[in-house]
Ligand binder design. Structure first.
Ligand code: SF4
Length: 271
């Protein structure tokens, strides 16, 4: 089934609607949209990782270059923004590496970016080459389209999805993305219904009230009991210094308040 989906995804490149930007460009003909990705994909990391959610590690992580968002605080910066950096994504070779890692004890295989959605056809080609019983993790910014969801349905076991901003103004200012809330919330609700969902929120300095609190409130009301990983290790990477409040790390008091907010809403926090 994954092979068929990969073919469908590749055909979709003629009118790219993979993410909620809906560029409608013909990537097969060399046109590019907001992510600047073409037909080929590159990756900038393929290795065992131990720093993700405890229940998922050790994971064999494959990070595809390029993204449809433009978060100024992106921890992987150039690799995430530029789809042309790194090495050529060859599904057969990466599947072999993943299988070797699984044989050594990796519990999962994780696709991430950048944002893997912009390379959906390659991601599905990789899935087609992995054994059915492998636990697959789709690490995403949750900004995909309905078409992407349809192509991904049943392909990954776990959606590890970011919920970065608690309001559209912060999303527009820090990541240059419009209509953020509605799009992400739609994707999270879908993922919750179609598999296992883990929601990640990176606590940002100065954004406890405008971003974390509304994210926590929405999750409590709409996805009660969903697993939430509240991450407080913000680092002022990439272009974060463009924003005064993002020039440092999260203060201890802010971190404690964020945990109190999680407790207030009864969130199911996981390490
Ligand atoms: S993946 Fe998204 S940003 Fe990239 S061309 Fe397609 S619709 Fe546009």
């Amino acid at each position: 089934m994954a092979r068929k989906r990969a073919e469908l995804a590749r055909a979709g490149l003629a009118d790219c609607q993979f993410c909620a930007h809906h560029c409608g460009v013909n990537r097969l003909a060399g046109e590019t949209g907001l992510c600047h990705a073409g037909v080929l994909a590159n990756f900038f990391l393929a290795q065992p990782e131990l720093t993700d959610e405890l229940e998922l590690i050790p994971t064999f992580a494959i990070a595809l270059s390029g993204c449809d968002l433009r978060c100024d605080f992106c921890i992987t910066g150039a690799e995430s923004w530029n789809p042309h950096v790194g090495s050529t994504f060859e599904a057969a070779r990466l599947a072999a590496q993943a299988n070797a890692a699984l044989a050594c004890g990796a519990k999962t295989v994780m696709l991430l970016g950048g944002e893997p959605t912009v390379h959906l056809h390659h991601a599905l080609e990789l899935v087609a080459r992995l054994p059915d019983e492998v636990k697959l993790v789709w690490k995403t910014n949750a900004h995909g389209s309905a078409q992407a969801r349809e192509l991904l349905d049943g392909m990954f076991d776990v959606w590890l999805a970011d919920f970065k901003f608690g309001n559209d103004a912060c999303a527009q200012r820090l990541a240059k993305v419009p209509d953020y809330l509605a799009i992400v919330q739609e994707n999270l609700c879908w993922a919750h219904l179609h598999g296992e969902l883990i929601v990640r929120h990176l606590l940002m300095p100065g954004h406890g009230e405008c971003c974390w609190r509304p994210v926590a409130a929405w999750l409590a009301e709409n996805l009660p009991g969903v697993k939430v990983n509240l991450r407080s290790g913000f680092w002022p990477a990439w272009k974060a210094s463009r924003h005064l409040e993002l020039r440092g790390t999260v203060a201890e008091g802010e971190r404690q308040r964020a945990w109190q907010v999680a407790g207030h809403y009864g969130l199911n926090l996981i390490p």
